[in-house]
Design a protein around this ligand. Sequence first.
Ligand SMILES: C[S@@+](CC[C@H](N)C(=O)[O-])C[C@H]1O[C@@H](n2cnc3c(N)ncnc32)[C@H](O)[C@@H]1O
Length: 281
Amino acid sequence: MGRGDVSVPGMGRSDATSWVPDGIDLERPSAARLYDYLLGGAHNFAHDRELAERFIKAQPNAREIARHNRSFLRRSVLFMVERGVRQFLDLGSGIPTVGNVHEIAQTADPGAKVVYVDYEEVAYAHSTLMLVDNPLATIVQADLTRPDDILDAPQTRELLDFDQPIGLLMAGVFHFVPPGKDPGRLVAHYRDAIPVGSYLAFSQFTRDLMPSEMDRIVEVMKSSRDPMYPRSHAEITALFAGFDLVEPGIVPTAKWRPDPGFDDGGDPDRAGIYAGVGRKH
Ligand SMILES: C[S@@+](CC[C@H](N)C(=O)[O-])C[C@H]1O[C@@H](n2cnc3c(N)ncnc32)[C@H](O)[C@@H]1O
């Protein structure tokens, strides 16, 4: 990985430039940097922010949706930790922000291990910087639609024990996997690599909850590197083949085991994204 250490034309709101990889195409907005912007992060560029503003126009509660998804990720990791899981494979991990998986898991148990995976340059560069002093967490830059590149990566094999339960995290990422990549086969490939008693946490955009906003988002994202493919409740349920869904099943993110006293803003269906957790049987 190369990292820019000079100011970059069109660069974002951060003074720190070491997370800017050499050769990155600043003209092509990415989902990783859009999500970072929606969550209030500073690791994004002018074109990402333009895309994000169009995204917000198409879906006015986009920021809330992003926060709900991030919150589901946290609750699902804690759920798995409480059930004894101490190692995580986080596919489409994104640009580090508040409440990263290793922080959540290692707060519960400092020995917890995490392999992050993302194909986006800034996500990889910034994660690498963040994890430099953390021997129990790493990032693999890879495309999750090529599972063997991830499962056979030396970092993955060194850190994760595939004879012990693994928390497989696919939060907010499968809406970037086109139908032609056979999402069912992909999830099954990862499922078959992990032992019985492992868990899958999954969340993705759907048309079921807010169809017209979703249609507009799909149009907006066509001009990014990461076009989007929403899925129905039935399609997402099918991806959990081989897993027993835990209560409450596949529900809008805000309805998945909310924290006590959690305020969903009045209408949890406006979370826009379905989420669920299953245990491999
Ligand atoms: C919306 S972010 C979600 C981040 C985090 N998982 C969360 O839920 O908060 C989606 C991330 O998935 C990454 N991504 C999308 N498609 C991918 C693929 N085929 N392989 C690896 N990463 C991918 C994007 O680069 C982006 O960082």
